[in-house]
Design a protein around this ligand. Structure first.
Ligand SMILES: Nc1nc2c(ncn2[C@@H]2O[C@H](COP(=O)(O)OP(=O)(O)OP(=O)(O)O)[C@@H](O)[C@H]2O)c(=O)[nH]1
Ligand SMILES: [Mg+2]
Ligand SMILES: [Zn+2]
Length: 348
């Protein structure tokens, strides 16, 4: 099978290419990005590119040139997983994965469930436009945390939860059955969660390196460093990703509403329309917490993400004003120079 077909090229993608690019532009898919180094699958095999620009793993790109190929652009993305770049005062988005159909939020059963992390990852997953799944891993170790499966099903609130073991083979066929031909499933989760092991088990081959979790604190060693597509051979594709340390949200209001619809519904019941849900009289949120209908942890988890998004938008506004300010200065300067020129011309 030609390389591009293995990576999910379909008639639909072909039609989109002819629509978006002039003839002579060759199709390709970004199959690996690792800090600026990029691999792209083409009809002739896998090529290196020097500069990823703003491309993400999974992007469909148009290529031009004979020897050295140049990316002329990418197709509109059907889905896009993005986050705010860490340590970035200017607040820019980082595109992590494009054109994924399913997003597997990987939760390992060898440690206690982190509900806040699950909620945050689900917010980002919904926001990408892909269909989220929760994938529990290491089911063979589940006796260590028996309650975690039930707790996860409860916390995932309607998102499908699959239980797997790469070691014992449990749940693999079911998961495999969820990925249609030409579809891409990306795995997202903390280091040591078993993402690469699961990919190897599904591929039936040691495709990806895996690493023991540290005995001291049970955390992973960040073995995987690149976002990479792994074709399963019959048109289904997996995406391995490096373990997440944190996930700063980017414009994820829709995702937030998907995961916390129950919380946002309460706001309509507050006495004051501008209720800050802290200590105002008649606050429906505080009433629900007091009545035991809303877990305080869940409320605080929502509020943290909501404030994070509000502060992101404030910074975006400031950046926008600065840009506008600079543009204004440029216009003013050009106008002053033009006036100066006219004056001199008249004098001369
Ligand atoms: N018992 C058991 N161990 C597993 C299973 N899956 C993975 N492991 C072990 O968990 C450790 C971490 O697995 P990886 O697949 O490297 O985890 P990862 O999520 O890819 O981690 P990073 O690449 O660091 O993000 C390895 O020692 C695996 O052998 C499983 O189903 N059962
Ligand atoms: Mg890995
Ligand atoms: Zn309120």
């Amino acid at each position: 099978m030609n390389t591009l077909l293995q990576y999910g090229f379909t008639d639909r993608i072909g039609a989109l290419f002819s629509f978006h690019f002039p003839s002579g532009v060759q199709p390709g898919r970004i199959v690996r990005t690792d800090r600026g180094r990029v691999l792209v699958a083409t009809t002739e095999g896998i090529l290196h590119l020097d500069d990823a620009g703003s491309l993400a793993t999974g992007d469909w790109v148009g290529l031009r040139g004979d020897g050295d190929r140049v990316v002329v652009g990418h197709l509109p993305r059907s889905t896009l997983l993005q986050r705010k770049r860490a340590y970035d005062p200017l607040s820019e988005a980082q595109a992590l994965a494009a054109n994924i159909d399913l997003l597997g939020v990987v939760v390992p059963l060898d440690r206690p469930l982190s509900t806040n992390r699950l909620e945050r990852t689900l917010v980002a997953a919904w926001d990408s436009g892909a269909v989220p799944l929760v994938i529990l891993t290491k089911a063979d170790l589940t006796s260590r945390f028996d309650g975690v499966v039930a707790e996860t099903v409860d916390r995932a609130r309607g998102v499908e939860v699959l239980t797997t073991s790469a070691e014992a083979g449990d749940g693999l066929e079911h998961l495999r059955g969820r990925i249609g031909a030409g579809q891409t499933l990306a795995l997202l989760g903390p280091s040591g969660a078993g993402k690469s092991s699961l990919i190897n088990a599904l591929a039936g081959d040691a495709r990806q390196d895996t690493g023991e979790v540290r005995t001291t604190d049970g955390r992973g060693r960040h073995t995987t460093t690149a976002r990479e597509l792994v074709p399963l051979g019959d048109g289904a594709i997996l995406m391995d990703t490096p373990g997440l340390r944190g996930f700063a949200l980017w414009d994820a209001e829709d995702g937030l509403s998907r995961v916390f619809g129950d919380v946002e519904e309460l706001f309509a019941g507050c006495r004051f329309r501008d209720c800050s849900h802290e200590s105002e009289p008649g606050c429906a949120v505080q009433a629900a917490i007091a009545a035991g209908d809303l877990e305080e942890r869940r409320w605080l988890s929502y509020r943290k993400m909501d404030r994070e998004l509000a502060s992101l938008h404030r910074r975006q506004d400031v950046a926008e004003q600065r840009r506008y300010g600079r543009a204004f200065h440029r216009v003013a300067r050009d106008a002053a120079m033009a006036k100066d020129y006219r004056n001199r011309y008249r004098e001369g």
